[in-house]
Each structure stands twice: as structure tokens, then as C-alpha cells.
Write a protein that binds this ligand. Structure first.
Ligand SMILES: NC(=O)c1ccc[n+]([C@@H]2O[C@H](COP(=O)([O-])OP(=O)(O)OC[C@H]3O[C@@H](n4cnc5c(N)ncnc54)[C@H](OP(=O)(O)O)[C@@H]3O)[C@@H](O)[C@H]2O)c1
Length: 257
């Protein structure tokens, strides 16, 4: 990834983020890592000792002030980062009997507002410098509505559209934008899912897909390929066919909860 030396990564304390830290450091990059839990961040950074390659900058991405302070800290320590990856996010399965506005708001604030705030923090500095790379972690579930995921899908669809639009506005400043859309990855988050997760892959494989796509400054990184291309095909089906298939595959028609 020649265009990048320094990276700010959120959601780095476990799961996909933790695997990305390892991949970035193995690739010789300097990484500032953010999540709410500093103790967990320190554990992630520990194997790299005093190399200075990993810097812990705890913050809650839903707290704008805290996030801006974290960005200032990153900038002071390593300069304006070459790449920012807004990865912090979460999921709450919400069957009809459990969906509430409060839970939806929680997902909107972390997955959408938090990601947007992360990506906008360095933007003025990147524009002034005339280079940079902004990436946000969406999901294949952003492509079309899925059972139990009304709020989650909305946050990831919103983030994808934000990134797609931003691309047009910032490219004249030498800034590239990437939407990262994973399928199922084995992490503490998906370990909680009560349904089968086809083609679930390891965080290490996910990090490799992401690394390769970022190196090419792709507009979208989607994986694993067989699953993501199937999702792309589902996206273009007419509603009756799409609804029939999703109901059949997920059994949603017979589920109440
Ligand atoms: N796993 C999958 O199958 C999958 C598929 C598609 C997309 N994704 C997306 O990939 C990203 C990472 O998911 P994951 O599976 O690795 O989840 P995870 O294992 O639960 O890790 C989530 C990370 O986000 C951080 N985080 C959560 N809320 C935060 C907040 N308010 N402020 C700062 N950091 C926060 C967590 O750290 P703290 O708790 O310490 O703050 C943690 O480091 C998410 O955006 C998720 O939606 C995952």
C-alpha cells in the first residue's frame, strides 16, 4: 500500500479492527487505534512493544468532542494520517417485538453518525495537503433490506451512499474514498447471531481482502467474492422474487418475536 504510511483506525480493540491493526503493522504502517476501551487497545498494541508503530487513542465515536480531541492527538503524534478507516460499529438483532426507537438511535449514532464524524475530522487537513484516503466499513446487508436488520441495514446503506457521494466531491482534492462491504466475518459481534451465517470467514482473511482493496484505492471492497456477487445479483431482482427468496432462505415468514 504505497500511498499510505500513517493510518487512523477506529473499532480497533477486537474483531475486524484488531486483525487490521496486525495487517497494517505487518505492512510497515504506523497506526493510531481508537475505541472506547483503552485497556483493550493497549492489549492490541502490546505485541508491537515500543516500536512506536501503534498508538492508542481511546475515544467514543458518538462523542464529537472526544473524537475531535482524539484526532488532534493523532495529528500531533503522526501528522495528518494518509488513511482513515471508520470501522467502529455494532449490530443489534431487532425482531418486531423488540425494535425500539432508542435501539435504532443507538445504531444510527455509532454506525452512521460516528463513522461520518470520524471521516470528516481529517477532511479539511487532507484537502489542504492535497492527498488522503477515507474508508468506511459498511456491510453487504446495506444492499437491500434483510430480516432483523432494519436499523443496521439503514446505517450501512446510509454510510455507503455518503461515501459514494463524497467520492465525487473530494477527488479533485487528491482524496480517494472506499466503501468496505464485508459479508459474515467471525468476530465477537457475529458470535451473538442466532441464525446461520453462510460463508463466514476469519478476521485474518477479511483483513487481507481489505488490505488488497485499499492498496488499489478501490471505490468498493466487497467480500467474500462468491457471497458478495450473489448479494449483488439479489440487489437487481424485482421485489416479488427478492422477497420470496429471502423469506425462503431465512425462514422469516414463520418467525415471530
Ligand atoms: N463481523 C461481521 O460479520 C461484519 C460484517 C459486515 C460489517 N461489519 C462491520 O465491521 C465493523 C467491525 O465489526 P466487528 O464484527 O469487528 O465488531 P466487534 O468485534 O464488535 O468490534 C467492534 C469494534 O468497534 C468498537 N466500537 C463500538 N462502539 C464504539 C464507539 N461508540 N466508539 C468507539 N468504538 C466503538 C469496539 O470497541 P469498544 O467496545 O472498546 O468501543 C470494537 O473495537 C462494524 O462496523 C460492523 O458493522 C461486520
Amino acid at each position: 500500500m504505497q500511498h499510505v504510511q500513517t493510518i487512523w483506525l477506529t473499532g480497533a480493540s477486537r474483531g475486524i479492527g484488531e486483525a487490521l491493526v496486525k495487517r497494517f503493522v505487518a505492512g510497515g504502517k504506523q497506526v493510531a487505534i481508537t475505541s472506547r476501551n483503552n485497556e483493550a487497545l493497549v492489549k492490541v498494541a502490546q505485541p508491537f512493544g515500543n516500536s512506536g508503530q501503534v498508538l492508542c487513542v481511546p475515544a467514543d465515536v458518538t462523542d464529537e468532542q472526544e473524537l475531535m480531541l482524539a484526532y488532534t492527538h493523532v495529528k500531533e503524534a503522526m501528522g495528518v494520517p494518509d488513511l482513515v478507516v471508520a470501522n467502529a460499529g455494532t449490530h443489534i438483532n431487532m425482531p418486531a417485538s423488540e425494535i425500539t426507537f432508542e435501539k435504532c438511535r443507538q445504531l444510527f449514532e455509532i454506525n452512521l453518525h460516528g463513522a461520518v464524524a470520524t471521516l470528516l475530522a481529517p477532511l479539511p487537513d487532507m484537502m489542504e495537503r492535497g492527498s488522503g484516503h477515507l474508508a468506511g466499513v459498511g456491510s453487504l446487508s446495506s444492499y437491500r433490506g434483510l430480516p432483523l436488520a432494519a436499523a443496521y441495514g439503514a446505517t450501512k446503506a446510509g454510510l455507503n451512499n455518503f461515501l459514494q457521494s463524497l467520492q465525487f466531491d473530494v477527488e479533485t482534492y487528491g482524496i480517494s474514498v472506499t466503501a468496505i462491504n464485508p459479508g459474515f466475518i467471525k468476530t465477537p459481534l457475529t458470535d451473538l447471531n442466532p441464525y446461520p451465517m453462510p460463508m463466514r470467514i476469519s478476521t485474518e482473511r477479511a483483513a487481507e481482502y481489505i488490505w488488497n482493496g485499499l492498496a488499489k484505492q478501490k471505490a468498493e471492497i466487497h467480500f467474500p467474492f462468491a457471497f458478495s456477487w450473489a448479494c449483488k445479483l439479489l440487489r437487481v431482482l424485482p421485489y416479488p422474487a427478492y422477497h420470496y427468496l429471502v423469506r425462503t432462505i431465512t425462514g422469516s415468514k414463520n418467525r415471530r418475536g
